[in-house]
Design a protein around this ligand. Structure first.
Ligand code: IMP
Ligand code: MG
Length: 178
């Protein structure tokens, strides 16, 4: 799929994204100094964010992935969340950081946060690159937010348009969402 200027408008440049990633990493490096951390990246959208954030982390960390049911082809959240791929380790006593690229209704993370909390970790915090805070339906404690964003459908840097365009280094919004 081509990124066509008639349909897409650049929203965040790769430089702005990188600045946010570095700020988040700096906060985490400070807050978790001397500790070991478990990063739980939410597939598929958080792959680019997780890879970039990890390269800026100086704190010792492991990485696990979880995949939850997504919007599929719809562009609005359906409400029900199921696990498609679970993490493969015991998280008891670990300091868990959930990595998400964007939070919309909050339903996905509410589900994952509660599930991880129930497994006896030392702590669980949420790190998101982008937050559509105005769209929140379900309360969730988000400690680390890269940027607040408007209620726009965004693509690039992990965010997909029907599974395409995740590779774009910059983030765009769709001018004509329908
Ligand atoms: P929530 O459960 O409504 O918070 O949905 C969060 C998930 O929806 C994110 O992890 C993304 O995968 C997806 N999502 C939310 N907003 C967008 C968007 O603007 N573009 C692409 N995917 C999005
Ligand atoms: Mg996601």
């Amino acid at each position: 799929m081509m990124v066509d200027d008639r349909n897409f408008q650049k929203y965040l440049s790769r430089h702005e994204i990188d600045a946010s990633v570095q700020e988040l990493a700096a906060r985490i490096n400070k807050d978790y100094e001397g500790k070991s951390v478990l990063l739980v990246a939410v597939l598929k959208g958080a792959i680019l964010f997780a890879a970039d954030l990890a390269r800026h982390l100086t704190v010792e960390h492991e990485v696990e992935f979880v995949r939850l049911s997504s919007y599929g082809k719809a562009r609005t959240s359906s409400g029900t969340v199921t696990i498609l791929k679970d993490i493969g380790i015991d998280i008891r006593g670990k300091h868990v950081l959930i990595l998400e690229e964007i939070i919309d209704s909050g339903r996905t993370l509410r589900f994952l946060y509660d599930r991880l909390q129930a497994s006896g970790p030392a702590s669980v915090e949420i790190v998101t690159l982008l937050d559509k805070a105005s769209k929140r339906v379900v309360e969730i404690p988000v400690k680390y937010v890269g940027r607040l964003v408007d209620d726009q459908f965004l693509i690039g840097y992990g965010l997909d348009l029907e599974e395409k365009c995740r590779n774009l280094p910059d983030i765009y919004y769709l001018k004509y969402p329908n």
